[in-house]
Design a protein around this ligand. Structure first.
Ligand code: NAP
Length: 277
């Protein structure tokens, strides 16, 4: 199993499952629950959700998918910035826990920066941690300057992950964000890891996929995992997509594969502002 270590030493699955766009349409729910269960069976044991997704609907889908196997799952959820004041975050977390049908969230993230001072959100996360409602806390959509501001705060160095848009076609974080996170042993959680299903066909991804007898999307995910300290959270409802993505767990790319991918998807040559979805 491919794993990534959190700053406190806990290991979590390097390949997880996203849930954005789940829980929005009742008729899709059974397929969404099935997909998440299929992913868990294949070792994709980290599930990423948020109070925002389907306005709570995705957390309810997750609850159904993890029923009876909560202890096998590393559960990530996120608080809206407008709920990230001290009291608001405590209440938002209580609502998420209820929808998720669990007594704890393994990693609770600030979804993006809002108007509340970071120090207040950190205080709320510390309280939630002390009360056993969350095990770790982290952030999302934080660029290098945001991380530095956070690390300068009292308690800020406890941040356990930063979830940002990162994939083979969007490599901006490699410039300075990734090295800074690595230096502090903070994993980068890569969202939209298959560029929302729009990775270009006919590129090096196809050539490398052919070499290994896998889908090009598995190559894109294995490429993320090859960096070390990166957790990828593809969202997939179609069973063939879940299956193809899980193949990334066994796929080891060679130096030659990586060089070929660099040719079509070059690394950044200067600082790029963090991309958002
Ligand atoms: P993504 O995972 O890159 O792409 C999802 C899309 O790709 C879906 O349409 C899916 O189709 C398709 N897909 C998945 N595997 C495929 C494969 N093997 N072959 C072809 N198509 C495939 O995009 P995302 O949902 O934006 O990002 C993943 C997760 O990251 C989200 O679900 C969410 O949990 C998180 N996220 C966080 C933020 C943030 O601000 N923190 C922002 C965006 C996303 P099907 O569903 O039809 O199978």
């Amino acid at each position: 199993m491919r794993e990534v270590q959190l700053p406190n030493g806990q290991k979590v699955a390097a390949l997880g499952q996203g849930t954005w766009r789940m829980g929005e349409v009742p008729s899709a729910r059974a397929a969404e629950v099935r997909a998440l269960r299929q992913g868990l069976d294949l070792g994709l044991t980290l599930i990423d959700t948020a109070e925002m997704y389907g306005e709570g609907g995705a957390e309810e889908v997750v609850a159904e998918a993890i029923a009876g196997r909560r202890d096998d799952v590393f559960l990530v959820s996120k608080v809206y910035p407008h709920n990230a004041g001290f009291d608001g975050a405590l209440r938002a977390c209580a609502r998420s826990l209820k929808r998720l049908g669990t007594d704890r969230i393994d990693l609770y993230l600030l979804h993006w920066r809002g108007a509340y001072p970071l120090a207040e959100t950190v205080r709320a996360f510390e309280r939630l941690q002390a009360d056993g409602k969350i095990r770790h806390w982290g952030v999302s959509n934080f660029d290098t300057d945001d991380m530095e501001e956070l690390w300068d705060l009292a308690g800020g160095s406890a941040c356990a992950a930063n979830q940002v848009l990162y994939n083979v076609a969007v490599r901006g974080p490699e410039w300075d964000l990734m090295p800074k996170l690595k230096a502090k042993d903070v994993p980068l959680m890569a969202y939209s890891p298959v560029q929302q299903g729009s990775l270009r066909a006919g590129t090096a991804l196809d050539a490398v996929a052919e070499r290994h007898g896998v889908d090009a999307y598995a190559v894109a995910l294995a490429w993320l995992l090859a960096h070390g300290g990166v957790i990828a959270i593809p969202k997939a409802v179609r069973p063939d997509h879940v299956m193809a993505n899980a193949k990334a767990l066994e796929l080891r790319l060679s130096a030659d594969d990586l060089a070929l991918i660099d040719r079509d998807f070059p690394p950044p040559s200067q600082k790029e502002p963090l991309a958002l979805n």
